[in-house]
Write a protein that binds this ligand. Structure first.
Ligand code: AMP
Ligand code: MG
Length: 325
């Protein structure tokens, strides 16, 4: 059994050494295989509650399927206000703070741009690059969450171009929420993998959880890491979701400043206790690229960051380098 578990997790891009006594559950969510490892004996009603919560977030926060986020985007486009659940309001407020802190490299209001590049779809086929005219309405400047106005439990936007897209943030929020729930339920050691973004707490029995950082240029790993305490390891990469447009690979991560797919970095890994911060930061640092990344990481207070450039060059912060095997 443990061998099979390892293989399953390898398929998600991560090497994890589960404890012999851990139970592995797998579901398909957020467009990827997701894995939950908990100690044998963890009540099933607890793990079911985790999966139910994750499924709700997956459904309600999708940028291109019907759900609460879709309804809000529709209201914004037609200059209406909408009653929004406290959970979604909190997520949007967090994303707005991160947009400011990252100087707009992370911007959850640019769903219009993401859609213009054809990424609001489950299956990504080849095609042609969008014409400048299709991008122009979303540029100069790009829409911002700063345009949102709250009145009680209702939201509206001063800019009808705001299209919320939480794809760069929701998995991190979900990881934090799930570990909180497990912790409150008395689980000491757990690992959750949401499509290659991962958070763990405690240990895998007597050993720490071991996770791998994927090589962006092919199969295999660039490094492995033993997680410490409660910790998230989140990676953004141009190899994950991309389209071949006019013969060129275009990643799903868009640079809001140029309106075009990010090109400078191949992958960015952020290790931090707060998975939501790590998720938004990894997206922002991928946009910023290897040159700007060290300064932005410092501004965000991130000590553990690995940036791999498209030419294979690496920048690893000293605190993370000291832990990588
Ligand atoms: P991640 O894999 O966490 O880097 O998230 C990528 C997803 O975030 C994309 O599929 C889009 O849905 C969304 N996205 C793309 N570019 C940005 C950006 N610059 N800021 C915030 N979200 C973005
Ligand atoms: Mg992200």
């Amino acid at each position: 059994m443990p061998r099979r578990r390892e293989l399953l997790l390898l398929a998600a891009g991560w090497v994890v050494q589960p404890a012999l006594a851990s139970r592995h559950e797998r579901r398909e969510l957020f467009g990827s295989p997701c894995d939950l490892l908990v100690p044998e004996g963890t009540p099933e009603r607890l793990t079911e509650a985790v999966w139910r919560g994750l499924a709700t977030m997956n459904r309600e926060w999708n940028a291109w399927k019907p759900g609460e986020l879709g309804a809000l985007n529709q209201a914004i486009a037609t200059d209406q206000s909408l009653q929004v659940s406290p959970a979604l309001r909190r997520v949007i407020a967090g994303a707005a703070v991160l947009e400011r802190q990252t100087g707009g490299c992370f911007n959850a209001a640019i769903g219009g741009l993401v859609a213009a590049w054809g990424f609001h779809a489950d299956v990504l086929g080849p095609g042609t690059r969008p014409r400048a005219g299709a991008l122009a309405p979303w540029m100069a400047p790009p829409p911002s969450l700063a345009s949102l106005r709250t009145a009680g439990d209702r939201l509206r936007s001063a800019d009808p171009r705001v299209r919320l897209d939480l794809g760069g943030y929701a998995k991190g929020v979900a990881l934090d929420w799930a570990l909180d729930l497990l912790q409150r339920g008395g689980v000491a050691g757990a690992l959750l993998n949401l499509g290659g973004n991962l958070a763990s707490m405690g240990s895998a029995g007597t050993r720490p959880w071991q996770v791998g950082i994927r090589d962006p240029s092919g199969p295999g790993l660039v490094a492995a890491l033993a997680t410490q305490g409660r910790e998230a390891v989140v990676t953004s990469g141009i190899y994950e979701r991309y389209r071949v447009l006019d013969g060129q690979r275009c990643t799903h991560i868009i640079d809001p400043r140029s309106g075009r797919p990010a090109r400078a970095a191949a992958s960015v890994t952020v290790v931090h206790r707060n998975a939501a911060l790590a998720d938004a930061a990894a997206t922002a640092l991928l946009v910023a690229g290897p040159q700007e990344a060290p300064r932005l990481a410092a501004r965000l207070g991130l000590a553990q960051v690995l940036v791999i450039g498209t030419d294979g060059t690496r920048w690893c912060s000293p605190a993370l380098a000291a832990r990588l095997a």
